[in-house]
Ligand binder design. Structure first.
Ligand code: AIF
Length: 360
């Protein structure tokens, strides 16, 4: 096989573990010699063996003189496991193909240097774009210490997300809603505003036939106004509430001891502070399920990195129905937020659009 095909295999190994390795990146590795695959592996969980270790274990003595493909620069520092760069040197591999360099300034280039100093040939950049895409949340978080934000909305084709009285069940069909749950399992946290909790009484858990982890539920509730009977309080999924400085936290904590309360120092919740506060808690990726007003704030303040729009072939009509992105619109169309379409796919009877703000 060509070198690209071996790196594609390593990338598919990385992609298969997205969401389960946080706070670590998802990494895949393949060991090849004389056209034969001697080992392959993914980093499966934080604190466990790295992808290269698993692939080299499978290769055994045969690893000497082999080519190693890895989707992220091998680590050079002692984390929870010994450095992979040292292991690659010990096993006397011939050449290491690296899809992308670790953007973390503390580690960038150190693994490559260690390999080259030991006389191992290194080629960087094979399928780099795909490798960066797989770990976009991890890289974003490393750089900004705040979560990569994805806005997710479901809407009718005429842009409505609920009727005037708040009814939204259902806009999209079963298959698209199942895709939403697959996304929930990938993200560290999911966020909604208190209005969505009041209108929809959501669980915000991952409910898939094949299972999948629950994201941390984060509710924006300035004055701790939610009813104690809300669904988010009656199951064991991790729940955080973010409130303003005037909220009565003592009373709340007595009622909901298992809920993590993050109280900001401002009367109203400022999204910059919200993202900084959950970034400090280690949340690397955030899936914002709305509603309309919350989406409006994230767009207006340009605090999102991606949007997933699920569009149903329905017309709700009406000036009174709820628009998918709320808030106050700019005066001129030229002030609209320009996006770049990343993907467009049909899921059952609905369309899923992934878009990102156009880089200035
Ligand atoms: N109304 C719809 C959605 N609605 C999204 C949110 O408004 C809901 O409160 C949330 O998904 C409910 O979470 P749950 O209780 O955990 O299922 N989202 C969708 O993709 N399609 C819809 O038709």
């Amino acid at each position: 096989m060509m070198k690209e095909a071996y790196m594609d295999l390593a990338l598919s190994l990385a992609e298969s573990t997205i969401g389960q390795t946080s706070p670590n990146p998802s990494v895949g590795s393949v060991v090849v010699k004389d056209g034969k695959i001697l080992g392959m592996g993914s980093h499966l969980r934080a604190g466990e063996a790295h992808a290269e270790v698993i692939a080299l274990q499978q290769a055994g003595e045969e690893a000497e003189g082999a080519d190693v493909y890895v989707t992220l620069e091998p680590c050079a520092h002692f984390g929870k496991t010994p450095p992979c760069a040292n292991l690659l040197v010990e096993r006397k591999v011939k050449k290491v193909y690296i899809a992308c360099v670790d953007p973390n300034p503390e580690v960038a280039g150190k693994g490559i240097k260690k390999l080259e100093q030991a006389g191992i040939e290194v080629e960087v950049g094979l399928r780099e774009e795909k490798a960066l895409e797989i770990n976009r949340s991890f890289f974003y978080y490393m750089k900004h210490k705040r979560p990569f934000v994805t806005l997710k909305a479901a809407m009718t084709i005429d842009g409505k997300t609920a009727t005037a009285n708040g009814d939204s069940k259902w806009i999209t069909a079963e298959k698209a809603r199942e895709d939403v749950h697959k996304q929930r399992a990938i993200y560290d946290a999911i966020m909604v505003g208190s209005n969505t909790v009041k209108h929809d009484n959501p669980r915000l858990t991952t409910r898939l036939p094949q299972g999948g982890k629950n994201p941390i539920r984060i509710i924006l509730d300035t004055n701790l106004s939610l009813s104690p009977d809300a669904n988010i309080f009656d199951d064991e999924a991790p729940t955080w509430i973010i409130c303003g400085k005037d909220a009565d936290t003592t009373n709340f904590k007595a009622k909901h001891p298992h809920v993590k309360l993050i109280q900001l120092q401002t009367e109203k919740l400022n999204l910059n502070d919200v993202l900084a506060a959950i970034g400090v808690q280690g949340i690397q990726s955030l899936y914002v399920e709305g509603g309309s007003t919350v989406h409006g704030s994230f767009v207006k303040e340009k605090l999102f990195q991606e949007c997933h729009w699920y569009i149903a072939p329905k017309l709700l009509t009406g000036n009174d129905a709820i628009p998918v992105v709320g808030g106050v619109a700019p005066e001129n169309m030229s002030e609209a937020t320009d996006l770049e379409i990343i993907s467009l796919e049909q899921i059952g009877s609905d369309i899923k659009v992934i878009a990102r703000p156009k880089q200035e």
